[in-house]
Design a protein around this ligand. Structure first.
Ligand SMILES: CC(C)(COP(=O)(O)OP(=O)(O)OC[C@H]1O[C@@H](n2cnc3c(N)ncnc32)[C@H](O)[C@@H]1OP(=O)(O)O)[C@@H](O)C(=O)NCCC(=O)NCCS
Length: 200
């Protein structure tokens, strides 16, 4: 697919005369070659520079891929390649969270949305997010994520939620200043939420 994700809204945006020419690939994490893993981790390291070498990031992802966890079995990478590099990407996976009052429910977790600093403003970030959201379906109808750039997602139809968010497992919860859901119209509880695991 050129210039759009497989979502309906993405297609509408891509069908206008100024449609950019790029394709979003959506690939299960377990099927990623080590070359693609490396390209993705190289972009991640550029956008979020912490003192972890790309090699170590790739090894960590490969270890995770071998784990038989529910998260890994359902993780998908959405990415755009150009000039031999991954220049924009996002990851999605299914997570079950719970209202502190006890009601468990699944969400589509969205993580790692980024565009190469030299490639921003071309619609690439929006395209990988549309591809991610195209995975929403009847039994997984809401995407839940954290962000420091809520306006980027608001213009795509997401909204900020103000629940208190904790993680009873003691892992790192959410660390960005905003939590959001997509679509904005999705039913969403008002009370405190427990991520039941590390944030994403
Ligand atoms: C946020 C980010 C992914 C946007 O990528 P991008 O490829 O430049 O975005 P696009 O070109 O697809 O922009 C789509 C729209 O969002 C707008 N937009 C882009 N970045 C924005 C931001 N930081 N805040 C508000 N709006 C933004 C664009 O102006 C564009 O608007 P338009 O529809 O009116 O033309 C990119 O800036 C990035 O990688 N940032 C660093 C990592 C990060 O913060 N990721 C988000 C983690 S949740």
């Amino acid at each position: 697919m050129m210039g759009h994700s497989s979502s309906t809204e993405g297609n509408e945006k891509a069908n206008d005369a100024c449609s950019p020419q790029f394709s979003v690939e959506s690939v299960p994490a377990r099927s990623l070659s080590s070359t693609l893993l490396r390209k993705g981790m190289t972009l991640n390291a550029l956008v979020w520079p912490v003192k972890v070498p790309v090699n170590r990031r790739v090894e960590k992802r490969q270890r995770e891929s071998r784990q038989d966890s529910e998260v890994m079995s359902q993780m998908t990478w959405h990415f755009i390649r150009e000039g031999g590099a991954i220049i924009a990407m996002a990851r999605t996976f299914r997570r079950v969270i719970t209202e502190v009052s006890g009601q468990h429910f699944p969400v589509l977790a969205l993580a790692g949305v980024c565009t190469h600093p030299h490639q921003r403003g071309r619609g690439l970030g929006r395209a990988v997010v549309w591809a991610a959201w195209s995975l929403l379906q009847a039994d997984l109808h809401v995407c839940f994520f954290q962000t420091g750039v809520p306006a980027f997602y608001e213009r795509m139809g997401a909204r900020t939620v103000t629940n208190l968010i904790c993680d009873s497992t003691g892992a790192r919860g959410f660390w960005d200043p905003h939590a959001m859901i997509y679509p904005a119209t999705a039913a969403w509880p008002a009370g405190e939420l427990d991520l039941l695991g590390g944030g994403w």
